[in-house]
Write a protein that binds this ligand. Structure first.
Ligand code: SF4
Length: 448
């Protein structure tokens, strides 16, 4: 089947000579369990059972602590030390926990068994456990398993693994459809659904679906449009079922959103005029929202530490739509198939790095003194204490940032740390020898 890719030539040109710094040292990234925090909100009748240790339970509880006030849809089956001889008991115990859980929660339609790092969990075969439980519980509940282990996954790869685990449950369906892959906030999903409808592109299905009964089928007339750059394994599993990947930049910013929609429209042979009628007013509104942030961001340098795999599309957006200067664009894993259209749009002078050797990368940050560093929580505070402005990358995964209506909010997420720094510098007269941390800890600022 022909790939309706409107960007192949440019992408191929940049991909042919990519300069990528590859590092394989110590890394500072949350593990795949973290993605449960947004997945459990999206999949409204699913339950995520982490098979792990007390550390895993603490991570999940603190990352998603808001669930104290509601019946949670995630939990941890804690395995204590066992030798191999105790594995039969562990399997029985896991089955018992699952059955008890499902009796108590008749609303649950998909049960995810999520693996983790501890050695006693690695010894358990969760895929077999899912098979065993399916034989007992299907069709009332679908049980699937995947790994969220920090040894194998970063936090966004956790989502990829969860979605890939659903692919075998998708029925064969050769009817033409657009399948949008990757978690989007409901409000964003609804906006895109309306735009696709106006374009005459459809039927449109989303993976993940909000409810188990809405899980799409897949076949040789399924066109896959990735909404997130970290769903590579899921996309490859869908392509193996006959689907076609529609190459496109990601729907971040006015330009990215238009290009993403145009790629889908091309697969449906939507006339250019119709595409223009639908997207132009929306794009203009998004550009107007972006213009409010242009003055603060244009010309400022930005350094991305590898964290979510969103770094490449975000750097493209900041550079092309807001005039920022990406110095280094770090990504935990460079999935060329999923970012081909994005690579073609990056500034040639930016260093692209894959993986991490955190100390060496911090040295590069200190040497470059970027205006803004986008990094994980663990690195943000020390860098702020050294006088560097930072943006927490995980916030970009939790926030609705895709689409036209969110373009201004996305720019604001980057403008805010710079505005805050400027405000504090004005209020406290920060000198080169006095850092923001000094200023923030001053008693008068704390009182404010
Ligand atoms: Fe559990 Fe491993 Fe994540 Fe730690 S890194 S919380 S042990 S899965």
């Amino acid at each position: 089947m022909t790939n309706p890719n409107p960007f192949p030539a440019a992408a191929a040109a940049r991909c042919a000579t990519p300069e990528v710094l590859r590092e394989r040292g110590q890394r500072e990234v949350f593990c795949g369990l973290t993605s449960i925090v947004w997945l459990h909100r999206k999949l409204q009748d699913a339950f995520f059972l982490v098979v792990g240790s007390r550390t895993c339970a603490h991570l999940i509880q603190s990352a998603a602590g808001v669930m104290i006030f509601a019946e949670p849809r995630f939990g941890t089956a804690i395995l204590t030390d066992r030798d191999l001889a105790g594995l039969a008991d562990a399997n029985d115990e896991l089955d018992r926990v699952c059955v008890t859980l499902l009796e108590r929660r008749p609303d649950v339609r998909t049960l995810f068994l999520v693996g983790s790092c501890p050695s006693e969990v690695i010894k358990l075969d969760l895929a077999k456990a899912a098979e065993r439980l399916n034989a007992r519980l299907f069709p009332r509940v679908r049980v699937v398993s995947y790994s969220g282990s920090g040894i194998e996954t970063t936090f966004t790869q956790g989502e990829d693994n969860a979605l890939r685990a659903l692919v075998p449950s998708m029925v064969d369906d050769d009817a033409k459809q657009l399948l949008v892959v990757g978690c989007l906030a409901d409000v964003v999903e609804d906006q895109f659904r309306r735009i696709f409808h106006a374009l005459g592109v459809g039927p449109v299905r989303f993976l993940p679906a909000r409810r188990a009964a809405e899980l799409a089928g897949v076949g040789r007339n399924t066109f896959v449009l990735a909404a997130q750059p970290f769903v590579g394994e899921t996309v490859r599993a869908l392509v193996a079922r006959g689907a076609t990947l529609v190459q496109a930049p990601y729907p971040l910013g006015a330009e990215g959103t238009s290009a993403w929609l145009a790629a889908a429209a091309a697969a449906w042979s939507v006339p250019g005029e119709r595409l223009g009628e639908v997207v132009q007013p929306l794009e203009e509104r998004a550009r107007a929202a972006l213009s409010h942030h242009h003055a603060r961001l244009a010309g400022r340098s930005v350094f991305f530490m590898p964290d979510s795999q969103l770094e490449i599309p975000l750097a493209r957006f900041l550079h092309r739509e807001l005039g920022m200067r990406p110095l280094e664009i770090g990504t935990p894993y460079l999935d060329r198939q999923l970012v081909a259209a994005e690579l073609a749009m990056l500034p040639a002078e930016a260093l692209l790095s894959e993986g991490q050797d955190v100390e060496r990368q911090l040295d590069r940050v200190r040497a470059a003194q970027p205006d803004l560093t986008v990094c994980g929580l663990g690195l943000a505070n020390p860098l702020e204490a050294e006088g560097l402005a930072t943006k927490w990358s995980i916030e970009l995964v939790f926030s609705p940032i895709q689409g036209y209506d969110q373009a201004g909010d996305l720019a604001e997420l980057f403008a805010r740390p710079l505005a805050r720094r400027a405000l504090l510098a004005r209020a406290d007269g920060i000198s080169p020898g006095r850092t923001i941390a000094d200023a923030v800890s001053a008693p008068d600022r704390r009182a404010a």
